[in-house]
Design a protein around this ligand. Structure first.
Ligand code: UDP
Length: 238
């Protein structure tokens, strides 16, 4: 069973790949090929890209930089990533459109619900820039909000490790991976940090499932989009 429409959330850090910041274009090209396989099954794909490889509002704010300005800078970072990703996807013959939730008409089409629907129905990947365009939010929250707005059946949240573990697997090699997790446990267990609370809360409230997985593992995006085992599935109890 393939999902009809999925939302893939990729962080800025992941897009930086082998570099400390900026964009690893080679990796993004590889990602295009992985997404192409998903599109070939008929699943429609929305991508929300983070901006942490350029700026994160919460870290940048201070010493005179207002939080709102810092978040705006963070949103500009997501736009830079989305523009690069869009070009790379098209270079790889994967039709895509960058739609921006911050005003940037010279650079991208505005995010308009009907326009996003039109592109998706025409078989184009929709890459959303600017999160949801308001400060004090992250692209994780934007991903859940946009998944709901665009009727995506699931959010695929890409992380460094393939799923949710009972301890940090990078420091605890004996950590155990959960194949499935209830939404309640994902928010109440202090050792588990999947997404920020606002994002998890919104997903739980609207019974939107989330898969936390390693999108950079070959074939993993395809597996997750087909409902095959990949990472950890968080199923909110309605
Ligand atoms: N941001 C925002 N509103 C949004 C989405 C993002 O203000 O709707 C800002 C916020 O400052 C955030 C930054 O953009 O820190 C980059 O996004 P995020 O930290 O989620 O990127 P990631 O960690 O996924 O690379």
């Amino acid at each position: 069973m393939s999902y009809k429409r999925i939302l893939l959330k990729i962080s800025g850090e992941q897009l930086a790949g082998k570099f400390d910041g900026g964009i690893d274009a080679e990796l993004a090209g590889w990602l295009a090929d992985e997404v192409k396989q998903v599109m070939a099954t008929g699943t429609q794909v929305v991508i929300v890209v983070g901006g942490g490889n350029f700026a994160r509002g919460a870290q940048l704010a201070g010493h005179g930089i207002k939080r709102v300005t810092a978040d705006q800078i963070g949103m500009l970072g997501t736009l830079m990533n989305a523009l690069a990703l869009n070009d790379i996807f098209e270079f790889k013959d994967l039709e895509s459109r960058c739609l921006s939730n911050i005003y940037a008409e010279q650079l991208a089409e505005p995010f308009v619900h009907r326009l996003a629907e039109k592109h998706l129905k025409k078989g184009r990947v929709v890459i959303v820039a600017g999160g949801i365009g308001r400060p004090y939010l992250t692209t994780d929250t934007a991903a859940v909000s946009l998944a709901l707005e665009l009727s995506c059946e699931i959010v695929l949240k890409a992380t460094k490790v393939d799923g949710v573990f009972d301890h940090d697997p990078e420091t605890h090699p004996e950590a155990i991976k959960f194949n499935e997790l209830s939404g309640e446990e994902a928010v109440s267990n202090p050792n588990i940090r999947v997404m920020d609370k606002a994002a998890m809360g919104l997903a739980l409230e609207h019974s939107l499932p989330i898969i936390v997985f390693d999108a950079m593992k070959p074939g993993n995006i395809l597996a997750a989009s087909k409902g095959e085992p990949a990472g950890t599935k968080i199923t909110p109890v309605a």
